[in-house]
Ligand binder design. Sequence first.
Ligand code: SF4
Length: 484
Amino acid sequence: MSLLSESFEKRENCGLFAVFGDPEAAQKTLFGLHSLQHRGQESAGIASSNGDSISCYKGMGVVRRVFRAGSGLLEQLRNPIAIGHVRYSTTGSTKAANCQPLLAEYSRGQVAVAHNGNLINAALLRDEYEAYGSIFNSTCDTEVIIHLMAKPTHVCRPDPLAHVLNHLQGSYSLLFLFPDRIEAARDPYGIRPLCLGRTREGAYLIASETCAIDAVGAEFLREVEPGEIVTLDKRGLSSRFFVPRGSVTPAHCLFEHVYFAKQNSTIFGENVHGFRKKVGRRLAMEHPVEADVVVPVPDSGTSAAIGYAEQSGIVFDMGLVRSHYAGRTFISPDPALRELEVTLKLAVVAEVVRGKRVVVVDDSIVRGNTTRGKIRAIRQAGAKEIHLRVSCPPIRFPCYYGIDFPTKEELLANNRTLDQIRQFLEVESIGYLSLEGMLACASLPADHYCTACWGGKYRIPVQIALNKFTMERYQMYMFEEMDV
Ligand code: SF4
């Protein structure tokens, strides 16, 4: 278990943004990435093209750190075509070699690739290529896509990209920047979101979430469909499908709605804030309680808490305040310091909770340590009773499709009864929303969502147990030898 995973319960995955046909494409991409920063804070990068060749800059850290004001970087990237990426690693460790977009040159010229998702067959594909002498520069799953693209028997296909995509298994929303065009693709299950937009001036945009399209003052057109490839080039927008359209029942990640996506985004055909309010109301119906105040765990628990308060008639108040500046500054091996980190990020407004029966509404519980830290802080501030309400079911299974959860054994709800969970979290009562209740709040049919982390039913079978460091095997061997 890494210190990082000990310290943080669940992590975002990645964010994508692209602009075609705007002289300020790189600047707009920067704005888009800013608004997608919640999807990944480990690294950021932009690749742009002048129509003939691609330039790329990327680095470790949040967008504003990588592209510092006054650095001149955007000026160097000032081209009419750009793609960008913010990363939180779900495969491959946190290091510069794994920053995206990945830029490569192969027999067909340059290409830059940005990926949101997780390829569950990446390790197998990489083994295959390495057996024939291929050399990889990174340890992220995305690089196998470039090797697939470069393979001579793939290059000569009538539609090489469609052919390559048919070799991938798992979740992928992808951006490909070629010198003269952008191609965007979404896996046949549509696990991660991907949206299309257009500026008033007619430039096309692609973004992980609609909040990024709004951020640059553009109009949301539609989502990229599962199994679709969208091409943006000088002729405009065109579309084709690499699997027969509608042939696969979607498996949209419902955790995007519960936690990852921003409240002002519309993904999978539904506004995130609206969905969260609905689950909050449903939670109040399933788990009512006598209390004085409803307190959200901000930010992702806020919408559900509003719904809970509306349905229950209990007063809503901001008993917890999130610091948006704490970031990932303190990753300490000392458990006491890690608990302090929780209070640094989330401060209690004692006046709201003192002497009260408090309903705390959180979006989800993964390992439980962070939640317990928040509960303790509210108790110390003088709450009389604390009733925890969680706006999704107990998480009992890991995610192999692009969200960095701990192992099954580390999940709080794994092999624990509800009362054991309640005792661990030190609350008077606990209530999780049922899976049926959560699905009833969603706008699409229940079988159009992935719910594997709650129910254990993986729509895309996972043959080998993957983790974030699956591709780091050689480094691990090196350390083992050094230990000897
Ligand atoms: S397992 Fe959970 S987090 Fe992963 S894709 Fe499915 S719903 Fe989303």
